[in-house]
Design a protein around this ligand. Structure first.
Ligand code: BDR
Ligand code: CA
Length: 326
């Protein structure tokens, strides 16, 4: 007998996030998708400092996911100081500087994020999906605290990295995507652990653009959530325009959330992934595809990851619109 909460067709997700406008967009999707049960939100530094991203996680949970606990995560990468704040991408408050509606009644969980992850995975063996869309510090700390959790996680889905499929290797630097750049050591640990990892990087997120017309139709036809996505994305659109994207925003973090429920919309490549941890290319992700038979000991000893190399972007965008409209 399976109760509702144990239904394996449901994806029970801990959302590890640094909100962030696109993080908030992905949260709204998860809160509305019938095959997703959010079991926790864990914050991490990244798009802003940890106080800001945790406050945003509490705000988002209060408004869209009222029964979901929020646990505060890492304030800094494993072995570097916290990064300088960046306000030009997501705004000073990291949610596009919009007027906030409603009460923030969500308190923080008493546990640190990595402890929350360990406890929740241990209490639900084989059931929890970790959807990680910020620097991977909390995941690395969870593995350090309890290496046995890796075998008990259902799967890990990450937004991060870039494999150069369309010639792009990074956005934070020419060689590193922002989440990898945020904590390259943590990313290399997370991709080397014995759990099932899938990675949606810039190779697919740059293909999936929410245009202004798409966002406007959400505003007009997708109720409160649609208006929220429109309002927040005004600031993000300005950043994209400055960055050479003339119409709309990249669906970075949402792409990883879409992968959890609709992986048939993505093409993937299997093989171990390393992350460079030092030098000017720190944060660069490099996969050794399984089709390559050359001896490469720095990769060969590690588990395969699925790296997304293609996407049916129209279908991924339809999935978002249909989920919010329902
Ligand atoms: C990633 O970096 C962050 O700014 C976004 O929220 C996303 O997770 C894109 O490179
Ligand atoms: Ca993010």
């Amino acid at each position: 007998m399976h109760g509702h909460g144990n239904d394996m067709t449901k994806h029970r997700i801990i959302y590890d996030t640094d909100p962030g406008i696109d993080d908030a967009i992905a949260l709204v999707f998860q809160a509305r998708h019938p095959a997703i049960e959010l079991v926790g939100i864990t914050s991490v530094f990244g798009n802003a400092d940890i106080d800001t991203t945790t406050a945003n996680a509490r705000y988002l949970a209060s408004r869209f996911a009222p029964h979901v606990p929020v646990a505060r995560g890492a304030a800094a990468p494993l072995r570097r100081p916290p990064p300088e704040p960046i306000a030009h991408i997501h705004g000073k408050d990291a949610l596009g500087e919009i007027e906030r509606i409603g009460h923030v009644d969500k308190q923080e969980d008493r546990r640190a994020a990595h402890r929350f992850i360990v406890d929740t995975v241990r209490a639900n063996p084989g059931e929890i999906t970790l959807l990680a869309v910020g620097p991977l510090t909390n995941l690395a700390l969870a593995l350090k605290e309890d290496p046995g959790v890796a075998a008990l996680v259902r799967e890990v889905v990450v937004m991060g990295g870039a494999f150069g499929i369309h010639g792009v290797l990074g956005n934070a630097t020419p060689a590193a995507e922002a989440n990898m750049h945020g904590d390259p050591d943590a990313a290399d640990i997370a991709f080397g652990a014995p759990w099932k990892v899938s990675i949606a990087g810039l190779d697919v997120t740059h293909e999936t653009v929410m245009t202004r017309a798409f966002l406007a139709s959400l505003r007009d036809c997708a109720g409160d959530a649609g208006r929220f996505v429109w309002d927040m994305s005004r600031f993000y659109e300005g950043f994209h325009a400055d960055d050479g994207v003339p119409d709309g925003i990249y669906a970075h973090d949402y792409s990883a959330a879409a992968y959890v429920v609709a992986r048939d919309l993505f093409a993937t490549r299997r093989g171990p992934v390393r992350v460079l941890t030092d030098g000017i290319a720190a944060g660069l992700t490099i996969q050794k595809p399984d089709s390559m038979h050359t001896h490469a000991p720095d990769w060969d000893a590690r588990p395969d990851c699925e790296a997304c190399i293609g996407v049916d972007a129209d279908a991924v965008l339809d999935l978002f619109a249909n989920t919010l409209r329902n």
